[in-house]
Design a protein around this ligand. Structure first.
Ligand code: ADP
Ligand code: MG
Length: 330
């Protein structure tokens, strides 16, 4: 665990290192995990209002949200928000926001959210995350926001595959167009899109059942909505910088600097540590057995007994200290 912390990875218990060494399926969340989660607003298409008004309403609706999309909308708006005009703001996980602004109901979120409230959003098959807006039950247009892959996302997936990870999967609440694009760019084995938080748990259950006996499943996520899945997976890994408190709390392993490539590095630490543990067990029991037999036959001296006891312990400890030396590269 000390070795892992040198890599900026917090491991909450030695048992998680043991499980991590046996992981052969890794399931990733998309936004904030494989992508930066800092969205740039690239297009605003209002219906029956100005672009500025649409951005303002979106920023007001998103005021209380800490979702990466919300933070980006605030930044694009770039003006102070008068919170007294907002009431009853509610975050609907995996869909968006519902709030009262100036006494009118405003919805900001994906197509799923719009349909839930009986509003048919414009469907232009855009590649990018679309925030639809509706005011008082009327469709009011959309803002298109785009995210980028984390610079080391591809290296991380490649390194994990090289380590013998059998399956890399991505789960996302985002649209199919965006999900498939990211999946193809990274060379992931499977991509599941348009999932609500509950669907993510279900998918992970399915993958857990399909996993072969010994192979374990790790889930990597960052959002509040990922917390149930982080708890359900054999080992849950959260992004510590961008991640929500709930995700960090529910996770077994936390990556402080949000770099997905650290997963491959900490898995190497886990495998090395487990190797050292096995060496020490075999060595300590082996020497003790030999001295025991020699003692029974009358060949062992007092010094041999001291070596078999204290000497073996010291050597095992020195061997274990190798676990603190961690390679910086992956
Ligand atoms: P992911 O699974 O990729 O991490 P989330 O489950 O957090 O994504 O969100 C899924 C989708 O729900 C987003 O792509 C977005 O369309 C919509 N959404 C979620 N939260 C918000 C929000 N605060 N504002 C607007 N849209 C949101
Ligand atoms: Mg996320």
């Amino acid at each position: 665990m000390g070795g892992a912390s040198k890599l900026g990875v917090l491991v909450k218990g030695s048992n998680y290192l043991e499980i991590l060494a046996d992981v052969d399926t890794i399931v990733f969340d998309k936004t904030g995990t494989l992508t930066k989660g800092s969205f740039a607003v690239t297009e605003i298409a209002p219906v029956g209002m100005t672009e500025d008004k649409l951005l303002e309403l979106a920023a007001y609706a998103e005021h209380y949200s800490t979702h990466p999309i919300a933070v980006s909308v605030q930044k694009a708006f770039g003006q102070p928000v008068d919170a007294t005009r907002i009431a009853g703001a509610e975050e609907l996980a995996g869909r968006g926001i519902k709030a009262q602004i100036n006494g009118q109901q405003v919805l900001a979120g994906n197509a799923k959210l719009m349909r839930e409230f009986g509003i048919e959003p414009e469907d232009k098959q855009l590649v990018g995350t679309v925030i639809h807006l509706a005011v008082a039950g009327q469709y009011a247009g959309y803002a298109l926001v785009e995210d980028e892959l984390k610079p080391d996302a591809k290296t991380a997936i490649d390194a994990l595959k090289k380590q013998g990870i059998r399956q890399t999967v991505m789960l996302t609440g985002d649209s199919d167009a965006v999900g498939q694009k990211v999946g193809a760019q990274l060379g992931l084995n499977k991509v599941y899109t348009q999932l609500l938080p509950g669907d993510k748990v279900e998918k992970v259950e399915e993958l857990l059942q399909a996993a072969s006996g010994k192979g374990k499943l790790a889930f990597v996520g960052d959002g509040i909505n990922d917390a149930p899945v982080l708890a359900r997976a054999d080992v849950g890994i959260a992004m510590g910088g961008l991640g929500s408190d709930a995700a960090i709390e529910a996770a077994d392993i936390v990556i402080m600097n949000d770099e997905p490539s650290r997963i491959a590095a900490v898995r190497r630490v886990a495998q090395k540590t487990l190797g050292i543990v096995k060496q020490n067990i075999v060595f300590a029991l082996g020497v003790k057995a030999v001295v025991l037999i020699l003692g029974a036959l009358g060949f062992a001296t007092m010094w041999a007994a001291v070596f078999a006891d204290v000497g073996v312990s010291v050597i095992a400890i020195l061997n274990a200290m190798r676990a603190l030396r961690v390679p910086k590269d992956i």
